[in-house]
Design a protein around this ligand. Structure first.
Ligand SMILES: [Zn+2]
Length: 268
């Protein structure tokens, strides 16, 4: 009995750093959620663009949602979350419309150079190819009917009940307002009350509560990891511990469902 208790204690103590060899992870979000394995936290801007060949995985159609153009698609998890957000908004009397969603590098490139041809310069309205949040498959522009039918989008949309509802509630569905009004100097993008970006529930709650830009959050997390490693921790070892599931059952290498390891551990 004593031996068993000792073993349980050891099993719990080592990962949680009771012996002082592994520093405690004190950041409010668990380390393994910050590992960005699924790409939900990928930061895209002019300084850190995606390459031309980048294509998000698991894109699904948003055909079930009201929209003013299309066809529209987002990554699966973001699409499901947006569906829930639309339903919740509807229940509170707000009709939302998708105006723009996933855009490929090629589409962005066409839009950018069309704009350049029209105005003779980069006026900052259309993001440089590779630097658009829409290329992640996690960014989506959502408006009310009146604004969705207009040609341009302007920050004044932020004064509408729909925009206010989205800002107050988006985090509960895993979305952030990617371009907040007070962060223009950091993001390089004007206030876009219509641009929702999926990051997942816990991170969205944290970001919206602290009103951070994704740039600031990214910086904060990088610093946190550096500090953790400077004090003797191993971030990826910690993530591996947190990701570890109970020992899997003995199974053949593959079964009719395909590769067990992939289907068990990396379910999209
Ligand atoms: Zn947008």
């Amino acid at each position: 009995m004593i031996k068993r208790l000792t073993m349980i204690f050891l099993a719990l103590a080592v990962p949680f750093g009771v012996f002082g060899s592994i520093p405690r992870w004190t950041y409010p979000i668990p380390a393994n959620l910050l590992e960005n394995r699924n790409g939900n936290l990928t930061l895209v801007n002019r300084q850190t663009p995606l390459d031309s060949g980048f294509e998000p995985n698991n894109l699904v159609s948003l055909a079930g949602l009201r929209s003013v153009s299309g066809p529209h698609s987002l990554r699966k998890e973001a699409a499901a979350a947006l569906q829930e957000l639309f339903t919740a908004a509807q229940e509170e009397g707000h009709q939302l419309y998708v105006k723009s969603s996933y855009r490929s590098f090629g589409t962005q490139e066409t839009m950018y150079y069309n704009r350049m041809d029209k105005y003779g310069r980069d006026d900052g309205v259309v993001a440089f190819p590779g630097s658009s949040d829409h290329q992640t498959g996690l960014g989506v522009d959502v408006l009310n009917l009146e604004w969705a039918n207009q040609d341009g989008m302007r920050p004044e949309f932020g004064n509408t009940p729909e925009a206010r509802w989205m800002e107050a509630n988006c985090a509960e569905f895993g979305f952030i307002i990617r371009y907040l009004p007070e962060k223009q100097d950091i993001t390089g993008i004007i206030y876009e009350p219509w641009h929702l970006r999926y990051v997942g529930l816990e991170v969205a709650r944290y970001i919206m509560e602290k009103r951070l830009s994704l740039e600031e959050f990214d910086q904060e997390v990088k610093q946190e990891i550096l500090d953790y490693e400077a004090s003797g921790g191993d971030f990826f070892a910690l993530c591996a511990q947190l990701n570890a599931l109970p020992p899997p059952r003995e199974m053949p290498e593959t079964d009719e469902a395909g590769d067990n390891e992939v289907s068990i551990f990396y379910k999209p």
